[in-house]
Write a protein that binds this ligand. Sequence first.
Ligand code: FEO
Length: 394
Amino acid sequence: MKESFKAARVAENIYWVGAIDWNLRNFHGYITPRGSTYNSYLIVDEKIALIDTAKAPFASELTSRISSVVDPAKIDYVISNHVEMDHSGSLAAIRAAAPNAEFIADKRAAEDINRHFKANWNFKVVKTGDEISLGKRSLTFVEVPMVHWPDSMVTYCPEEKILFSNDAFGQHMASHERFDDKCLWEDVRGEAAKYYANIVMPLAAPATKALDAVSKLDIKMIAPSHGIIWRKNIADIVSCYKDWAANKTCKKAVVVYDTMWNSTEKMARAIAEGLESGGVETKFFCLRTSDVSEIIKEVLDAKAVIVGSPTLNNGMLPTVAGFLTYMKGLKPRGRLGFAFGSFGWGGGAIQAVEAELKAAGVELALPAIAYKYIPDAGEIAECFNAGHAIAGAI
Ligand code: FEO
């Protein structure tokens, strides 16, 4: 049966022809309760160009949307801004549908796409500053290595002032809306922040370089490869990216813990009360009921990260270990924190939490707090005071 997906107009003769993944719930460990989109863009000029594709299972949705505008066989250029298979997964299907199209990518992407597909496709290899003409319009390329992979690149159309930014400025957010002026700024900004925290945060230095390169361009639209297209809040989202890449934090703390018989939870609550009493906005997460991607979004602009675990089998609870491993990979810089938790006899969780906090680059601003069995009133007061002390240090 012929599918009936339609393209969405982005500008005169420029179309969104991507796919909507309503059911995506986990993107390599990033929990995505709102799904995502794989945005592809079709430019119809004297030459026809397709910018990025979609995950392989969405190839027929992509070709159906292209077919609502032109016969895919007429595509002249297929541009791959990034190897990762959420954007390049449909290349084989597109190659079959557009056998005369020239594939374009930077050197690294060309090599790695061929490696992935076990192919020997003949790419036109481009680098920063190279340009192709489509007729009335042209496309120029800017390599942005490590935003998100070494092969990453963005494509710019100077005549339309559109930046096809691939992963940068994206959000994992399935939607029938395509543009930010049809959505609430805070909503899309929140998803962009979550995306940055979970994907781009460890790549702050290359992101800063990419922002410098992009800031030289005159932009009236940022068309990322995930989520909503920016055409209203461009200056605002670029400013957010600059803040995030500069690791700007605010008077905010995140308390993260899991608990066995509620002793560690009692300590967590007292610490949070102490932080609040010091005028610090405090986010509070039990790892048994919270997903790590949402917590990392809050770590993005928090100055302090305080982590607690009871002892289980001489170590920390697996939920806490999982969170700390995830955070360590995302490398938040310049955070303060300390470890806390209860134990029954041998202990061991606190040392393990402290070691992982240190490995994640968190400065241990206070000695760890560990209590045997249930904390008494004096010990709860000590937890409150520790929270208050961290508030003073923020
Ligand atoms: Fe959206 Fe790095 O792929």
